[in-house]
Ligand binder design. Structure first.
Ligand SMILES: Cc1cc2nc3c(=O)[nH]c(=O)nc-3n(C[C@H](O)[C@H](O)[C@H](O)COP(=O)(O)OP(=O)(O)OC[C@H]3O[C@@H](n4cnc5c(N)ncnc54)[C@H](O)[C@@H]3O)c2cc1C
Length: 400
């Protein structure tokens, strides 16, 4: 084993796995990324990126490339889906950027994934392998042997499990069974800008919060399309990922909402369904020289729009501690876990909380939400989100 320059196996070539490979490579560590699919790719949908993600892009040397593909929105806003009233509006202006040191933007997932893939592909310290379905690992005398369903084992100094919500690596590290099914059905569609109602062609990330339902939209691809994510409670018992559904199934969750957001839902075509899952936070991310990262470590509901941002932060933190500790895997991984567990657990927990209390409350609870949100000044709003957008991947471990 080479303590100066250990090498890594990374299982999973999503945003988290590729961000880990690139971040490690920037610090001089070699890795091999194993993706189960025939090719590396992402689903056709958008993603919101908080300032904390842009902090990481700068660290990873891809700030310009990631920014170029993004749409730089003017506001983040929350509307009451029943009355159509605005409840909160946060301008993404010079003041915002000065507070957090970075901007807030939205991007097509494939564009961001491609930026990472290209940077990995051209880096001599990253090896990319497709058609490798990891089924487990074995700790092996200071190294780790990764097992695949249909390929020979691979041995490395450390293994990073970045294999998402249904992680095989997590199964072995934590063993906490299948993820929790939320019973919330999320439908996604991309709408060409010509089909978006003219009075809704906003350059914003907008949430319409309704009773047990919500609608999120923002422009993508140089504002040529609108990304639509609409969610309602349907008590679905089983996880679903990317199943094609008819418009009528989507519509039925939004009969009670105001005319404008309802019209937008009507404009969606080629809807795909996800039944959302998450997990309770865990502080067990490590097993010897094996560590979890991204959704494998902290799958969350999407209500803070931070799952991928946290995966990217994990990646930058991992590379940072590995460099700081001169490649001493055991102490670096302990440092990584200590720095990341509390922040990601907070995001997981708050994602559930704001789902219940901001996105989906009903009746008097919704009125209480409206009253609370409308009474907040912009400064108070910023005070509430500063921990998230102002925190960074390099924050030291909190004292607990
Ligand atoms: C509706 C919705 C909206 C969202 N919006 C946002 C948002 O606006 N902002 C945000 O930051 N986050 C958002 N998220 C969360 C975000 O999508 C995830 O947190 C993020 O994609 C996690 O990345 P990951 O790389 O950890 O996992 P994944 O993206 O799941 O990647 C895992 C990879 O591992 C591969 N893999 C799996 N098993 C194996 C195996 N056994 N062997 C080899 N490879 C394997 C998979 O094929 C995949 O490529 C949203 C999520 C949803 C559902």
């Amino acid at each position: 084993m080479n303590l100066e320059r250990p090498d890594f196996a990374i299982v999973g070539g999503g945003i988290g796995g590729l961000a880990a490979a690139l971040s490690l490579a920037q610090k001089g560590f070699a890795s091999t990324v194993f993706e189960q699919a025939e090719r590396f790719g992402e689903i056709g949908a958008g993603i919101q990126l908080g300032p904390n993600a842009f902090f990481c892009f700068r660290e990873m040397g891809i700030l310009d490339a990631a920014s170029n593909g993004a749409v730089h929105i003017e506001r983040v806003q929350i509307m009451d889906a029943l009355s159509g009233d605005e409840l909160i509006g946060i301008p993404v202006d010079d003041d915002f950027k000065a507070r957090y040191g970075n901007t807030y933007a939205v991007v097509h997932r494939a564009d961001l994934h491609n930026v990472l893939l290209n940077a990995c592909d051209t880096h001599e310290l990253v090896t990319l392998k497709t058609r490798h379905n990891a089924v487990g690992y074995q700790l092996d005398n200071g190294r780790v042997r990764v097992h695949f369903s249909d390929q020979p084992d691979f041995s490395a100094d450390a293994l990073i499990g970045a294999d998402g919500l249904r992680s095989r690596i997590r199964e072995q590290v934590v063993g906490d069974g299948p993820p929790r099914v939320s019973g919330h059905a999320s439908y996604r569609a991309l709408v060409p800008i010509e089909r978006v109602p003219e009075n809704l062609r906003w350059n914003t990330a907008t949430l319409w919060a309704g009773p047990k339902c919500h609608i999120v939209h923002y422009p993508l691809k140089g504002s040529k399309v609108f990304n639509l994510v609409v969610t309602y409670h349907n008590d679905a018992p089983e996880p679903v990922a990317g199943k094609s559904v008819e418009l009528d199934e989507v519509r039925q969750g939004f009969e009670q909402v105001a005319a404008l957001p309802k019209e937008l839902v009507d404009r969606g075509r080629d809807w795909k369904l996800w039944v959302l899952c998450d997990r309770d936070p865990t502080d067990r991310w490590l097993d010897g020289n094996v560590a979890l990262l991204g959704d494998a470590a902290h799958p969350m509901l999407q209500y803070l729009a931070q799952g991928a941002c946290m995966a990217i932060e994990d990646a930058v933190c991992l590379a940072h501690v590995m460099h700081k500790r001169n490649g001493d895997i055991a102490s670096a991984l302990r440092d990584y876990q200590a720095r990341r567990v509390v922040r990601t657990a907070r995001v997981q927990t708050y994602s559930r909380l704001i789902g219940d209390h901001i996105y989906h409350p009903v009746g008097a609870s919704a009125l209480a939400r409206n009253s609370a949100l409308k009474s907040m000044s912009l400064d108070q709003i910023h005070e509430n989100i500063a921990w998230l957008y102002g925190g960074t991947a390099l924050d030291p471990a909190p004292v607990t």
